[in-house]
Design a binder for this molecule. Sequence first.
Ligand SMILES: NC(=O)c1ccc[n+]([C@@H]2O[C@H](COP(=O)([O-])OP(=O)(O)OC[C@H]3O[C@@H](n4cnc5c(N)ncnc54)[C@H](O)[C@@H]3O)[C@@H](O)[C@H]2O)c1
Ligand SMILES: O=C[C@H](O)CS(=O)(=O)O
Length: 484
Amino acid sequence: MVEFTHVINNLKLSSNLWPQRPFLSIEMSMQTLSVVGRLRSCGLLKTRGLIGGKWTDAYDGRTIQVNNPADGEVIATVPCMGEMETIDAISAAYDAFTHWSKLTAADRSSRLRNWYNLLIAHKQEIGQLLTLEQGKPLREAIAEVAYAARFIELFAEEAKRVYGDIIPSPLPNRRLFVLKEPVGVVGAITPWNFPIAMIARKVGPALACGCTVVIKPSELTPLTALAAAELALQSGIPPGVLNVVMGDPPSIGDSLLESTQVRKITFTGSTGVGKKLMAGASETVKKVSLELGGNAPCIIFDDADLELAVKGSLSTKFNNTGQQCVCTNRILVQEGIYDRFLNAYSNAVQNLKVGNGLSEGVTQGPLINEAAVMKVDSLVQDAISKEVFGPVAPIIRFKTEEEAIQIANDTNSGLAAYAFTNCIQRSWRVSEALEYGMVGVNEGSISTKVAPFGGYKQSGLGREGSKYGLDDYLEIKYVCMGNM
Ligand SMILES: NC(=O)c1ccc[n+]([C@@H]2O[C@H](COP(=O)([O-])OP(=O)(O)OC[C@H]3O[C@@H](n4cnc5c(N)ncnc54)[C@H](O)[C@@H]3O)[C@@H](O)[C@H]2O)c1
Ligand SMILES: O=C[C@H](O)CS(=O)(=O)O
């Protein structure tokens, strides 16, 4: 019987997480203005959509505001696009596909490498922009830009290894070949919590294979996507290969789903939206890859290294203020170590520093908006059974390994799971028993470009990153050469 005894709900932390929209101090506004000014001077503050290489307003002139979640300040306005702009973006991608897909892999690779170099060269500025629109601490934001760039670097390399096969023929007068070919135009829809990394993890493999892309970033965080698109143009990626539309999600999404020119949808976001897109894609039998919600357990066994377990479970809970799909939602602690862990973890949480992501030493930025505040606040009351996606750490005591596995697997999600133990046999048993696409043993920060990222059950379809990340953007063509 699982005893739910303690929730470290960080309400103390939470009440600071969402500053009461303090009067905008002059210094804060000057901080924002200096970041925006720097970005404008280096040409990276783009506030229009990108269609066929042209920076474009919404055809009806509508705009949406981009707000700094730390203080509600308006950073910029961007177009509120919809069906017509999306149809034009799809056409631009379709027209660009023939040329882009016919370039040599080496040529595509070198342009992606240029893009990687430019992203790294500008990671400070783009990091500041990311903190402004998403809220995460600057250190995490700069790290995300570098993480995104590393996906582009990886697929610049993998572009040159899209190999086919020659199959030994069963008949003497035939030759059998397998060709790997790009899927075509890809619709990519991405979330606000990792606004540039989630784009790079999709656009990198797509462009490497010869596909072209229409991106719809979250309307909450479009600016980093637009800055990355500007650097893509500067890197020699031709107009129309990468297009960015933003605005009304359902009308943009529906236009991508209904177009027969779009051959694949790749989505990262909530499970509910992912299911909608999967259903819509079935009308034209598009390929679909989905990176959806998680509900990560973190299991702390009696034989764990306590310091390592606290450090690991803290990072996998509070990175990006808990707004990360692989964040721990349930900390399962074996009864023998429970009291010591609870005490050590509570003390560690008190050392987290809440505030504006641009301010020195801040480790916890704000949640993305008021809606997120209300959701997390309500979930505090019922933190075990729902996805928290915020700085709330339910801690559950268990007795046996079997009990921990049963609790951990008792969910429709299956993205990431974690376990801390010093027993090698238990490490293997638990890794094999957990029904999750990714398992961290004695490590709470496992996402990397070289490993396949993705989930079991309703956490998604397909894998992103790693050498496996190319497969979702490729078609396999079998050629039978007769009369030889
Ligand atoms: N598995 C992963 O890799 C991963 C990564 C990040 C976030 N997530 C999940 O995403 C959620 C948080 O991100 P979010 O709030 O941006 O998710 P969300 O699903 O609300 O939005 C994701 C994207 O979908 C768009 N969208 C929303 N409704 C749409 C529609 N009807 N048609 C087309 N597009 C639509 C949004 O504008 C945004 O660009 C959490 O559940 C988190 O677990 C998963
Ligand atoms: O929110 C989850 C993203 O996939 C971020 S990460 O790849 O886990 O860092």
